[in-house]
Design a protein around this ligand. Structure first.
Ligand code: SF4
Ligand code: F3S
Ligand code: FES
Length: 254
């Protein structure tokens, strides 16, 4: 079928409250949920707020929940729904609503600022860094992250537990810590920064019980749990908080 009318239910409201509203809207072949939301804006709901930029799954702006599943609206094809099915679009649940489908994701920016950056190795200029290909590839997987925050939104530790936000960085940022902790050139330890200890004590690594919901929703298919969170947990356990073991491990890695 080239074109049909779909039934959409879209959450409308703001920080004070809101409701699901019903819309019948045209859908054409090849369209994604974001196209339909744009058609709603162009027709019956010109004041509908939605955040988006690239429409190519690369900017991470259009995160929302479609039929209760965290998704990028621009990467969710209408062909996955039957024509009779109601498509319900709601804002991400773990973050405060600004308006309609737009949430305030500043928790993630604040958390990002809390993770100390890569510390360059002393005595080497940027062009002189050398590392093994497997270390490069590990970093590259994590760096595919488009910061859509769908993993942050789905993780049960903060999804319905606002009180955990101050003590849990969430999968995206624990992955960032894992990347830096496993980076062969990161010289944080030499500067007295213990990434493993802060992962556990400041960023709540222990709250993660490996449910893997984060991995399931990642639009970049990053193996967040298997390749970042579990290895980071193993490194923390191996060391058993013994500073000598930690120092030894740093020296052996040279
Ligand atoms: Fe999005 Fe995946 Fe990055 Fe999480 S890790 S913010 S789900 S791209
Ligand atoms: Fe949460 Fe992912 Fe761990 S969903 S509990 S961070 S495996
Ligand atoms: Fe950029 Fe969807 S609009 S990821």
């Amino acid at each position: 079928v080239v074109s049909y009318k779909a039934h959409f239910r879209v959450w409308r409201g703001n920080a004070a409250g809101g409701e699901l509203r019903d819309y019948d809207v045209e859908v054409n072949e090849g369209e994604v949920v974001l196209d339909v939301i744009h058609r709603l804006q162009a027709t019956t709901a010109p004041d509908l707020a939605v955040r988006w930029n690239c429409k190519a799954g690369k900017c991470g702006s259009c995160s929302a929940e479609v039929n209760g599943r965290p998704r990028l609206m621009c990467m969710t094809r209408m062909s996955v729904f039957t024509e009779a099915e109601t498509v319900t679009v709601t804002p991400m649940r773990a973050f405060p609503v600004v308006r309609d489908l737009v949430t305030d994701v500043s928790f993630n920016y604040a958390t990002a600022r809390d993770v100390p950056a890569f510390v360059p190795p002393a005595g080497l200029a940027a062009g002189e860094y050398r590392m093994r290909q497997q270390d490069v590839e590990r970093s590259q997987e994590f760096r595919k992250c488009i910061e859509c925050f769908l993993c942050q939104n789905v993780c049960h530790v903060i999804r319905d537990h606002e009180e955990n936000k101050p003590v849990f960085a969430g999968p995206r940022f624990l992955m960032r810590i894992a990347e830096l902790d496993m980076h062969p050139l990161d010289a944080a330890a030499e500067q007295g920064l213990d990434r493993q200890r802060t992962a556990q004590e400041t960023h709540g690594l222990g709250y993660c019980n490996i449910t893997k919901c984060c991995t399931e929703v990642c639009p970049e298919h990053i193996k967040i749990t298997d390749n970042a969170l579990i290895p980071l947990k193993e490194r923390v356990v191996d060391r058993r908080y013994d500073p000598l073991v930690w120092l030894g491990s740093k020296i052996r890695r040279r």
